[in-house]
Every structure is written in structure tokens, then in C-alpha cells.
Design a protein around this ligand. Structure first.
Ligand SMILES: Cc1cc2nc3c(=O)[nH]c(=O)nc-3n(C[C@H](O)[C@H](O)[C@H](O)COP(=O)(O)OP(=O)(O)OC[C@H]3O[C@@H](n4cnc5c(N)ncnc54)[C@H](O)[C@@H]3O)c2cc1C
Length: 409
């Protein structure tokens, strides 16, 4: 074979096409993946699909509601992050996926092909169809209704409510539906925001008889005390099923007056996953192995609230979604290189720093709680309040550092 023959063979030899990785959703787990894609540009084409160019860091959302942060401070510009990493950004929501043909259908009808897809699209609030309809429209009579996620919708509706209330101050009832940790933080934040309005009443509607019933009693008791301290009225056993003008309606027929209703009712799986053919857990979340790969389709990965890690079930919380990011990035790279993904075991317990409304927080871990009302018995009021302020400063530093990490130049 002559040199010319060899050259002409090389000329016609097929060049391996760059593999296509599609990232659905710009949630907490995908942030380190987008950043890592900067090093993959030569071998992989990466596309990020998200209906929003900005994603919120959830830990700071109560602080935005309370007025400690401007909304911009808790937002990460994922379109910019993608641009810096050479990732194509498509502003759209996925509405369907075919894991056999390896295609994704977007809201505008566009179909996108992939070699590997990673899904991090979060979850939606639990709501009866009647309540979901009210959330969709944003109103029921004069009552403003907003889900706590997606954040842009929450802030848009909340801002309009506050502007309207500022223009026409009047007695108002503000209700937070759902008394998990997020709902408690949001109610305390609202109470702090309205502290100068003696005619504003904040209520936290809990479907259960006590707060955080999955944790030891002392955790719920300390948070109940925090609500009492900061002017949040707790309404127990109120499972809200629908809304009528000016009121929320509970399953037992109680009508609870509301001018503003914010929904923090836990996590439900995005509905469109049902028709995808992916293996789902009984609640409709994407069933994944400890590698974060779908148990039914090896070319599909999922993380964050939309995924259920079958062997390591954990609460749906941002902290777990964040921790899944780096192993997800490593496994996506392995899958693209044709290697087997590695198993990841999440930590069993995570520290939760929950904001109390003012610049104060409690720390919760392993069924223990400290700071503010939780430490009053042991430390006395002055020291326990100082501890709560210190915990808030710590939380503030962690949260700001996270946003900063993905917002660099
Ligand atoms: C008020 C509040 C406070 C909270 N505070 C904390 C806290 O302090 N600590 C904590 O651990 N957890 C907290 N949480 C829970 C936390 O928000 C979630 O667990 C976390 O956001 C889950 O992250 P994720 O990556 O799964 O998805 P998300 O952060 O929800 O992001 C999902 C992304 O996917 C996009 N998306 C949605 N649908 C589609 C689609 N069809 N196609 C493409 N993209 C799509 C969305 O636009 C969004 O950008 C809080 C929740 C709330 C509501």
C-alpha cells in the first residue's frame, strides 16, 4: 500500500460523530453537569432544555419572601452557564420522551434526538384537580393563588399581591398550604415580611395534627413554638381540596378565609412521565438504580426530585439533588464513553438549616434540632437566639457560595 493509498483511506474513513447528550431541566443536580460539559466539548455535543433561563436556589427562596434577598440573588443564569461551557440552550419544556427511539418532544412540537438523556425537571405540588385549576389561573375571585415552585411564577404573583396591597392597605389573610419544612419556612417568611401590618394574619395549614410528624416530637414542637413566636397561626388537620372566591375549602368542609394562598404541598411527579414508557415507581417518579441510570433504559439518567433511587430512598430535598450532581456528571461521561456507570450511595441524613423569618435559623439533623426555640430550655433565651442568628449567618454563607459557584464570569 502506497502512502497515497493510506492517505486516501484516511480521507474516507468515517469520523465518529460526536455523541449527543441532552440535559432536560436546569435543576440542582444538573448545575455541575453543565459546568463539567466545558471539558467535553471536543467529543460530546451537549444540549440543555429548560423553560426558564434562570433557576432558583431553593434554600434562599424563603429569604427572598422575607425580604432579606432580592430575587436576583437566589437565581442562577443557566443559559449563561451553558453558554460558557459550550452547551446549546433550548428554551422549552419537554412534554414527551420515547426511550426506544431516543427522542424528546418539546412543547412546540420539535423533536430532539439523543444518545444519552439526563432528566432533572423537579416535581410539581400535590393538588386536587380543582385546586390545580385555581393554581393554573392564579386567582379564585379576589384571592391570589401561587405554588411555591416554579419560583418565577411564585415571585411574579407574590410581587403583584404585595404591590396591590401596598397601594390599597387593608386587613388581609395569608395562607400557606402544606406544613412541611418548606411550608413552615415560607409561612415564617411571610409573617416577617408583613410584620409592620397589624391587620395581616398569616396561617399555616397543616393536613396533619402535628408538624413534621416523620421526625421526633421535639422537632415539630420547636417549629410550632417558632410559629407562635413569629405570629404564624397553625391550623391543624386542614387538607385543602379546593378554592372558592375568598376562601380555601378543606376536606372536612371548613372554609378558611384567604386573600393569598401559597401552596407548599410536597412533591408530585411531572404528569408527562407516565406516557414515556420509562419504569416509574408507584408514585410516578423515574425509577433509577444507584448509578442514577433508569432501571428500564440504560441511555436515560435521572436525578433530583423527579427521580426515585430504588435502593436508597431519601426525602425529596434540594440537598440530596445537589449531592447527586457530581456522580451524575461522572456517570454521564462514562455512559458517553461506553463505560459502565458507577454506583453512588447518598448520605443517610442531611443537615437542614431552616430559616425562621427574621435573620435566624434552626439546624435539624438526625432527629435533633437546635437554635432559637429549640435550645431555649438548655441555653436560655438570649443565648439560644444568638445561636439562631449564628446559624442564619452560616446558612447565608453556604447558600450565597452555592449561587456564586455557578454564576462566575
Ligand atoms: C420554598 C421552598 C424552600 C425549600 N428549601 C429547601 C432547603 O432549604 N433545603 C432543601 O434541601 N430543599 C429545599 N426545598 C426543596 C427543593 O426546592 C427541591 O428539593 C429541589 O429544588 C429539587 O431540585 P431538582 O434539581 O430536583 O429540581 P428543581 O430545582 O425543581 O429544578 C427543576 C428544573 O427543571 C425545569 N423543568 C421543569 N419541567 C421541565 C420540563 N418539562 N422540561 C424541561 N425542564 C423542565 C424547571 O424549570 C427547573 O429549572 C425547598 C422547596 C421550596 C418550595
Amino acid at each position: 500500500m502506497t502512502v497515497d493509498d493510506r492517505l486516501s483511506q484516511a480521507d474516507v474513513a468515517p469520523i465518529a460523530p460526536r455523541r449527543h447528550l441532552v440535559l432536560l431541566g436546569g435543576g440542582h443536580s444538573h448545575l455541575p453537569v453543565i459546568a463539567a460539559a466545558r471539558d467535553w466539548q471536543d467529543t460530546v455535543e451537549v444540549t440543555l432544555v429548560s423553560p426558564d433561563a434562570l433557576t432558583a436556589y431553593s434554600g434562599m427562596v424563603p429569604g427572598v419572601i422575607a425580604g432579606h434577598y432580592r430575587a436576583r440573588e437566589c437565581l442562577i443564569d443557566i443559559e449563561r452557564l451553558a453558554g460558557r461551557a459550550g452547551v446549546r440552550f433550548i428554551r422549552a419544556a419537554a412534554v414527551g420522551l420515547d426511550p426506544v427511539l431516543r427522542t424528546i418532544r418539546l412543547g412546540d412540537g420539535t423533536v430532539l434526538s439523543y444518545d444519552i438523556v439526563s432528566i432533572d425537571i423537579g416535581a410539581t405540588p400535590h393538588a386536587t384537580p380543582a385546586l390545580a385549576e385555581a393554581i393554573e389561573s392564579g386567582h379564585c375571585g379576589d384571592m391570589t393563588i401561587a405554588p411555591c415552585k416554579p419560583f418565577p411564577m411564585l415571585m411574579d404573583r407574590l410581587d403583584r399581591f404585595f404591590v396591590d396591597h401596598g397601594a390599597r392597605p387593608r386587613p388581609v389573610d395569608l395562607c400557606v398550604v402544606g406544613a412541611g419544612l418548606a411550608g413552615i419556612e415560607v409561612a415564617l417568611a411571610l409573617a416577617f415580611r408583613m410584620r409592620a401590618h397589624a391587620d395581616a394574619r398569616v396561617r399555616l395549614l397543616s393536613g396533619d395534627a402535628r408538624l413534621i410528624s416523620t421526625a421526633p416530637r421535639r422537632v415539630g414542637a420547636a417549629l410550632e413554638q417558632a410559629c407562635a413566636d413569629h405570629g404564624v397561626d397553625l391550623v391543624r388537620g386542614a387538607r385543602i381540596e379546593s378554592a372558592e372566591p375568598g376562601a380555601l375549602v378543606a376536606a372536612d368542609g371548613r372554609r378558611i378565609r384567604a386573600d393569598l394562598a401559597l401552596l407548599a404541598t410536597g412533591a408530585r411527579a411531572p404528569a408527562w412521565l407516565e406516557g414515556s414508557g420509562l419504569a416509574l415507581d408507584p408514585q410516578g417518579f423515574i425509577a433509577v438504580a444507584s448509578t442514577l441510570a433508569s432501571v428500564s433504559h440504560a441511555s436515560v439518567f435521572a436525578a433530583g426530585d423527579c427521580a426515585a433511587v430504588l435502593h436508597h430512598p431519601r426525602p425529596r430535598a434540594g440537598v440530596y439533588a445537589v449531592r447527586q450532581g457530581p456522580p451524575l456528571a461522572a456517570n454521564l461521561w462514562r455512559a458517553l464513553a461506553g463505560e459502565a456507570p458507577a454506583a453512588f450511595k447518598p448520605q443517610r441524613e442531611a443537615l437542614a438549616l431552616a430559616a425562621l423569618g427574621p435573620r435566624a435559623a434552626v439546624a435539624i439533623r438526625n432527629g435533633l434540632i437546635m437554635g432559637g426555640p429549640a435550645s431555649r430550655g438548655a441555653l436560655g433565651r438570649v443565648l439560644s437566639d444568638a445561636l439562631a442568628r449564628g446559624l442564619w449567618q452560616w446558612k447565608d454563607r453556604i447558600d450565597r457560595a452555592f449561587v456564586e459557584r455557578f454564576s462566575g464570569p
